[in-house]
Design a protein around this ligand. Structure first.
Ligand SMILES: Nc1ncnc2c1ncn2[C@@H]1O[C@H](COP(=O)(O)OP(=O)(O)OP(=O)(O)O)[C@@H](O)[C@H]1O
Ligand SMILES: [Mg+2]
Length: 297
C-alpha cells in the first residue's frame, strides 16, 4: 500500500466513525480583491444572528485576510496545532459576536512534509473541528492554485464571488474550467452558488450571472445557482478600514442588507443541509495527498 492509498483509507475510516459534521461553505473567486473575505465575514455575522455557531477558516495562507478585517491578532495558526502541539482552544480566536476564526498561517506549505502520524493527527483534528460549529466558512485565496482548487473541489457548497468587471467573469470561468478538470471534483455533489458583488443594481447582478451560466452550461456542464447580488457600497470599504464587519459598522447600509439576504438564502436552503461532504478534513487531506504524489513524480 503506498502512502497516498494509506491516507485514503485513513480518511475513509475517519469519515465512517464521525457522527456530526458542520456545514462547510467555501468562498472563492477567480480574480482577487472581488470581496471574498468581506462576504465570508459578513455572512458569518448573519449566521450568528440566526443562532448558528460559526468558525471561519482563513485558507488564504500567508495573507492575513480575516484577522485584519476583525482587528484581532491570532497567536497561533493551524501549523502550530499540527507541528507544535497546540489545540483548538489555542488556535481558534474569538472575533465579533463570538465568531471563531482560525488562521491558516504560512506553515501550511510544510504540510507535504508531514509524516504519517502527523497526517493522521491533522485529519483527526479537522474531523473534531467539524463537530465544534454548525457552519465552517473557508475563505480561500483567489485564483487557480492547487490548494484553492482542492478546497473548492472538496467542498459540498461553494460561493463563487464575481464582479461585473469582464476580467472577473473570465477568471471565474477559468476557475470553473480548472475545477472541472480535477479528479477530486464531483459535480453531482458540489453546488456552486454565484454571488455578484459590486454591482450597480440587481439587474446587473442577474445579467452577470446569466452571462456566466450560458458559457458554463455549454462548455463545462457544471450546475450553477444564482444566490444574489451586493451593490457597490462604499460602506463596505469603510467598514474594512475600521476593521469591523459591515453588519456592526453600518448595519442599515445597502451592502449590509444585501449580505443579510444572501446569508438568509443560504440558511433557507434545506438541500444544502443534506449535502455534507467532509469539506475541511477532506480538502486538507487531498492537498497533502497531491503533494505526496507530486513529490514522487
Ligand atoms: N460591494 C462592495 N462595495 C464596495 N467595496 C467593496 C465591496 N465588496 C468589497 N469591497 C471592498 O473591496 C476590497 C476587497 O475586498 P475583500 O478583501 O473582501 O476581497 P477578497 O476577494 O477577499 O480579496 P483577496 O483576493 O485579496 O483576498 C475591500 O476594500 C472591500 O472593502
Ligand atoms: Mg480575501
Amino acid at each position: 500500500m503506498d502512502q497516498a492509498e494509506k491516507l485514503r483509507n485513513m480518511i475513509k475510516s475517519q469519515n465512517e466513525a464521525t457522527p456530526r459534521q458542520a456545514r462547510v461553505i467555501t468562498v472563492t473567486s477567480g480574480k482577487g480583491g472581488v470581496g471574498k473575505s468581506s462576504v465570508a465575514i459578513n455572512i458569518a455575522m448573519q449566521f450568528r444572528k440566526q443562532g448558528k455557531s460559526v468558525i471561519i477558516f482563513d485558507a488564504d495562507f500567508g495573507l492575513a485576510n480575516i484577522e485584519v478585517m476583525f482587528g484581532a491578532i491570532p497567536k497561533y495558526n493551524l501549523a502550530d496545532m499540527i507541528f507544535r502541539g497546540k489545540g483548538f482552544k489555542d488556535i481558534i480566536v474569538e472575533g465579533p459576536e463570538g465568531i471563531g476564526f482560525i488562521s491558516g498561517g504560512s506553515g501550511i506549505n510544510g504540510l507535504g512534509n508531514m509524516n504519517r502520524e502527523q497526517v493522521q493527527y491533522l485529519v483527526y483534528k479537522l474531523k473534531e473541528l467539524e463537530t465544534l460549529a454548525d457552519i465552517i466558512i473557508i475563505d480561500t485565496g483567489a485564483g487557480i492554485s492547487d490548494s484553492v482548487l482542492e478546497f473548492v473541489a472538496s467542498s459540498g457548497e461553494v460561493l463563487l464571488v464575481t464582479t461585473p468587471e469582464p476580467t472577473s467573469i473570465t477568471d471565474a470561468y477559468a476557475l470553473l474550467k480548472a475545477l472541472n478538470a480535477r479528479s477530486s471534483f464531483d459535480k453531482e455533489l458540489c453546488t456552486i452558488k454565484v454571488v455578484a458583488n459590486r454591482v450597480a443594481n440587481h439587474e446587473e447582478g442577474k445579467n452577470l450571472y446569466n452571462k456566466l451560466e450560458v458559457v458554463v452550461s455549454k462548455f463545462l456542464n457544471i450546475q450553477l445557482k444564482y444566490l444574489g447580488s451586493i451593490p457597490l457600497d462604499m460602506n463596505m470599504s469603510k467598514a474594512v478600514m475600521q476593521q469591523k464587519p459591515i453588519a456592526i459598522a453600518y448595519p442599515n447600509s445597502l451592502g449590509s442588507k444585501n449580505i443579510e439576504n444572501i446569508a438568509n438564502a443560504l440558511l433557507e436552503n434545506k438541500e444544502a443541509e443534506e449535502v455534507r461532504k467532509n469539506g475541511l478534513a477532506r480538502a486538507v487531506a487531498n492537498m497533502i495527498k497531491n503533494s505526496i504524489v507530486k513529490k514522487k513524480q
